[in-house]
Write a protein that binds this ligand. Sequence first.
Ligand SMILES: NC(=O)c1ccc[n+]([C@@H]2O[C@H](COP(=O)([O-])OP(=O)(O)OC[C@H]3O[C@@H](n4cnc5c(N)ncnc54)[C@H](O)[C@@H]3O)[C@@H](O)[C@H]2O)c1
Ligand SMILES: [Zn+2]
Length: 405
Amino acid sequence: MSDSPRHFWSFHSAGRIVFGSDSALRLPDFLQRWKPHRVLIVTDQILIKAGIVDTVIAPLQKSGVSASVFDGGEPEPSIDVALSALEMAKRVQPEVIVGVGGGSNMDVAKIVSNVFVHGGSLCDYFGYDKIPGPILPLVCLPTTSGTGSEVSHAAVLTDTANQMKVSTLSQFLRPDLAVVDPKLTLTCPERPTADSGIDALTHAIEALTATRFDELNVSVNEAFPYEGKQPIGDCLAERAIELIGRHLIKAVHEPSNLEAREGMSLAATMAGLAFSNNAVAIVHALEYPLGGTLHCSHGAGNGLLLPHVMKFNLPSRIPEFHRIAQLLGENVDGMSIEEGAKQAIAGVERISRKIGIPQRIRDLGGKREQLPEFASKSFAIKRLMLLNPRQPTESDLLSILEAAF
Ligand SMILES: NC(=O)c1ccc[n+]([C@@H]2O[C@H](COP(=O)([O-])OP(=O)(O)OC[C@H]3O[C@@H](n4cnc5c(N)ncnc54)[C@H](O)[C@@H]3O)[C@@H](O)[C@H]2O)c1
Ligand SMILES: [Zn+2]
C-alpha cells in the first residue's frame, strides 16, 4: 500500500461487442476470426428447453462447425459444476468456448476457458490477477439482462463447503466477443428478469458512487481489480441507470415487450462495463455470504441490500445520489440537493417493490444470529471495502444487515 494517490485510470472491455436483435443468428460470421472446427457451448437444460440453444447452434451447424453442448449449468453454480464442464472440454478439445445463459453459465464458460489452457486447480485462480496469460477464445451470449459477465473480468462460483461466493478476477477473463441479442432474453421468466435487472442497477450505482480513482489507497504497482470511479465508467453507469429506470418494470411485467428487453440488454452490458472498470463495493461484499448461505439469487440479495447500503453511503455522495434520482425519473424539482439525493433511495425502493424483490433478510430464511458472521465474512473482502465511498467498520456492516433484517 502507498499513500500517494494514482493519477491515472484505465478502461478495459470485451474484445468486441455485437449488439442487436437477431445478432445471435450471425454467430458463425463473428467466429470466422478463429475458423473453429469444434466449439463447446456451456449452458443449462432450461435454456435448451426454451429453444435458445437451438437458435445458437442451428447456424453454427449450417456453417459446418461442430458444436458440443455442456448442459449441466445451474443458477449460482458450484465449483463441481465448473469441474464437470472442464472435464467435457478436455474430452471435446474445443477451439472456442461459447457461454450461453445468464451470469451463471457465462461464468462457468470463463472458468473453463482459463483452466483448459493454463491447467492446475480452479481455486489456484481465485482472487485477482492469478491468470498468467490469454485463455481459450471465449464468446458469451447473455440470456438475462443483469450480470454484464459478457464484458466483465469476473467469474463467480459458489464454494458450497464454505457457504461463500468466490470470484476469479483477471483482465484475461474478459470475453473476446460478446454477442448481446435482446431476443434471447424474451423467454427469461419473471424472477430472473427482476433479479438480474436489479443486479444491473446495483452495478451501475456502485460504479457511479465508488471511491474515486485518485483517492484509492492502493499503490500504482499493486495489482488491483478495479480502477475506482472514473469518467468513462461514470458515463456508462449513468446511461445504464436511466435505461433501467425506464425499462426494468416493463421488462418484468410485459415479458414480450421487445423495446423493454432491448433497453435492459443495453443497460446490463453498459453497467457491466461500468462496474468491471470502476467498482462494485459493499452491496456485493454483503451479498457474498448472504447468497452463499441462504441460497437466494445474486440479484435478489443485492436488490434487498441496495437501499440499506445507499442510506449508509448517502452522506459521502450527495451530488451523485441527486443525479441518480433524476436518472430514475424521480421528481426532485424544488428540493434542496440533499433532499433530492434521498429520492435516489426512494426511486430504488419503488422499483424494487414493483418487481417483487424480497425486502427483508428474514424473508429469505435468514436468522438474526447469522448476521455477525455475514458481517465478518464481508468485512474480510478488503478490496470491496476500499472501493466503498464511506469506509465501513465491521460493526457498520452489522448495522446495515440489522436494518435489512
Ligand atoms: N461475472 C460477473 O461479472 C458477474 C456479475 C454479477 C453476477 N454474477 C454471477 O452471475 C450469476 C447470476 O446470473 P443471472 O442473474 O444472469 O442468472 P442465472 O444465470 O443464474 O439464471 C437464472 C435462471 O434463469 C434461467 N434463464 C436465464 N435466461 C433465460 C431465458 N432467456 N429463458 C429462460 N430461462 C432463462 C437460467 O436457466 C437459470 O435457471 C450468479 O452466480 C452471480 O454471482 C457474475
Ligand atoms: Zn452483481
